[in-house]
Write a protein that binds this ligand. Structure first.
Ligand code: PMP
Length: 306
């Protein structure tokens, strides 16, 4: 990864190489931590963080769900991210921001009420999550053997580190089988989401995305729905089965890192014409206009840091 200069840790900036923890850090052992994935883009007016307040609010909400008491307000954490971007003097096209909170050193055993909470904001320059080639021509998606954990056993709406064991196993399986990314079903057999992104398909001109019954409430998914509706595209949220995906006209993934990634193949079935679909391209290009500050209608989603 591309190291940056500073990381914000518990209210202070520390040098990137000094942002360390003890090996007996609670979260390393039991997996209770919460993360965000936020992105800043270099606009004509300097870096702007996309939907900063929504991401930071989700971090706070994830922490509430997993009983982690973050000792900072959303406003304080927003400011920390703005300061972090300024202090690091980035130069690239975009910067990925990873705010997170975890249980630190000093308490062992599962009961975590007395474990110290550590709050961190890190940022670095990161290229296309699923590759530049994938952004142009589409990626190959595998519906993997792993399903999302049932809502009775886990909390899919928390962006909790513990949920990423499921995502990691799914992603590994997909890549090991020669695909680029994993699509997970829920425990009822309906499409939930990809290992780190939301799912959309197009059929007969209608844009369809599953409800968030068993998936993260994706901020990019929400943005795409708003954009599509503003473009006059009919959007439907409903459950999707595996075979519907195979006969979709277009599919794409959405996420802060994945942005709008076209899907050209699912489980050896070519999707549409086996390339980036027309509606996908339209939404992808409109999304980049928004995040790079070229679309004034969505400027309220940008927090300029300069
Ligand atoms: N689902 C999962 C499991 C993810 O990790 C992500 C990435 N944060 C998403 C969906 C997409 O969420 P967002 O659009 O808010 O980045």
């Amino acid at each position: 990864m591309d190291a940056a200069k500073y990381i914000w840790m518990n209210g202070e900036f520390v040098a990137w190489e000094d942002a360390k923890v003890h090996v007996l850090t609670h979260t390393i052992h039991y997996g209770n931590g919460v993360i965000e994935g936020t992105k800043a883009y270099k606009t004509d007016k300097g870096y702007a963080i996309f939907r900063l307040n929504d991401h930071t609010t989700r971090l706070k909400e994830s922490a509430k769900m997993t009983l982690i008491d973050i000792p900072y307000t959303v406003e304080q954490m927003n400011q920390a991210q703005i300061d972090l971007l300024k202090k690091n003097e980035f130069t690239g096209d975009n910067v990925y921001i990873r705010p997170f909170a975890f249980l630190g050193y000093g308490v062992m055993g599962l009961y975590h009420k007395n474990a110290p909470v550590e709050t961190v904001m890190a940022a670095w320059e990161w290229g296309a999550y699923l590759g530049e080639e994938g952004m142009q021509n589409g990626i190959k998606l595998k519906i993997v053997s792993m399903t999302r954990p049932a809502n009775t056993s886990n909390m899919g709406k928390a962006k909790a580190t513990a949920n990423y064991l499921n995502s990691q196993m799914a992603k590994y399986e997909a890549i090991d089988c020669g695909y680029d990314e994993a699509l997970l079903l829920d425990d009822q057999g309906y499409v939930a989401e990809a290992s780190g992104a939301g799912f959309f398909m197009v059929r007969n001109g209608v844009l369809i995305s599953p409800p968030n019954d068993n998936s993260l409430e994706s901020i990019t998914q929400k943005t795409v729905i708003e954009m599509a509706q503003n473009m006059g595209i009919e959007v439907v949220r409903r459950r999707i089965t595996r075979e519907e995906v195979y006969i979709a006209d277009e599919c794409f993934l959405t996420g802060t890192a994945a942005e709008i990634t076209p899907v050209r193949n699912v489980d050896a079935r070519e999707i549409g014409n086996g390339a980036r679909g027309e509606m996908t391209e339209k939404i992808q290009s409109a999304y980049f206009d928004i995040v790079f500050g070229r679309d004034k209608d969505y400027e309220h989603y940008l927090t300029y840091i300069d």
